[in-house]
Design a binder for this molecule. Structure first.
Ligand code: NAP
Length: 245
């Protein structure tokens, strides 16, 4: 039985992942902004078999809450084995180009607030000498594109941060997983036209749990995104800059 903290638990991907943990009989604490959805999830997780399911209503962009939140999770769950950081926003790229305050909010939600949480969690996990820290980044962080480079920059920075953190924590037996989903049909992508490469959040959730169990470093989900992004990354910049991506 694992003790699991999920930050951004109402995300479609996180909810599907939490269901798998619940079916395994794990203990969990779910953190998100929406009280009603959290309460509904708590009931659902208990019905599905979770040993315990605590909830905390928190806006994760509020840095001042981070230390208390992690302390509470540690106390309520009587320790921590796995943390999944899933929250994020895909704001309007156009708005971010016009107004720095919009871009800054996007960078804060997707990067700097995550760094604040990871600073606390990394020190805790390093001291205990075990555990898994799993964070949802994105394939969007692998190469900047005109359609979403503010979001992509935040996720790219997060990917590099996690790479360094993994390098630091490897000697402490702490597992750091970077999750890079491709196109996932969730509320975040509600307005996007869907095609062949799209999958549901349940597919990503199964990939996340498998990657945690196998202590993988980086998980492209589904797997074929590793090959797609390999090709995207090797296109020379002088050609790439002229593409409408
Ligand atoms: N969908 C995709 O195609 C895709 C692809 C690659 C990566 N991702 C990443 O996957 C992760 C999960 O996204 P999703 O696709 O599952 O979308 P989603 O269902 O829209 O989930 C996003 C979640 O983030 C939460 N959130 C946003 N700001 C928050 C804040 N300040 N405090 C607490 N929670 C906050 C939202 O809570 P509220 O409901 O309260 O707003 C929502 O539950 C994100 O990191 C996203 O960037 C998604």
């Amino acid at each position: 039985m694992k003790r699991i903290l999920i930050l951004g638990a109402t995300s479609a991907i996180a909810e599907q992942t939490a269901r798998i943990f619940a079916q395994r009989g794990d203990r969990m604490m779910l953190v998100a902004r929406n009280r009603d959805r959290l309460e509904a999830m708590r009931e659902d997780m208990q019905v599905r078999g979770a040993a315990t399911c605590e909830v905390s209503v928190t806006d994760l962009t509020d840095y001042a809450t981070h230390a208390g939140l992690i302390k509470t999770a540690y106390e309520k769950l009587e320790g921590l084995d796995i943390v999944l950081i899933a929250y994020g926003t895909l704001g309007s790229q156009k708005a971010g180009e016009k107004d720095f305050s919009v871009a800054m909010m996007e960078l804060q939600t997707n990067f700097t607030t995550v760094v604040s949480l990871l600073t606390l969690l990394a020190n805790l996990f390093e001291r205990q000498g075990r555990g898994s820290i799993a964070v949802i980044s994105s394939v969007a962080g692998d190469r900047g594109r005109q359609s979403n480079y503010v979001y992509g920059a935040a996720k790219g920075a997060l990917t590099i941060y996690l790479q360094g953190l993994r390098n630091r924590l490897a000697k402490s037996n702490v597992h750091v997983l970077t999750i890079k989903p491709g196109f996932v049909d969730t509320p975040m992508t509600r307005d996007f036209k869907k095609g062949l490469l799209w999958v549901g959040p349940d597919v990503i959730a199964r990939g996340i749990v498998k990657a945690i169990d196998k202590r993988k470093d980086v998980a492209y989900l589904p797997f074929f995104w590793r090959y797609i992004m390999f090709i995207i990354k090797i296109i020379p910049e002088r050609i790439f800059k002229r593409l409408s991506l």
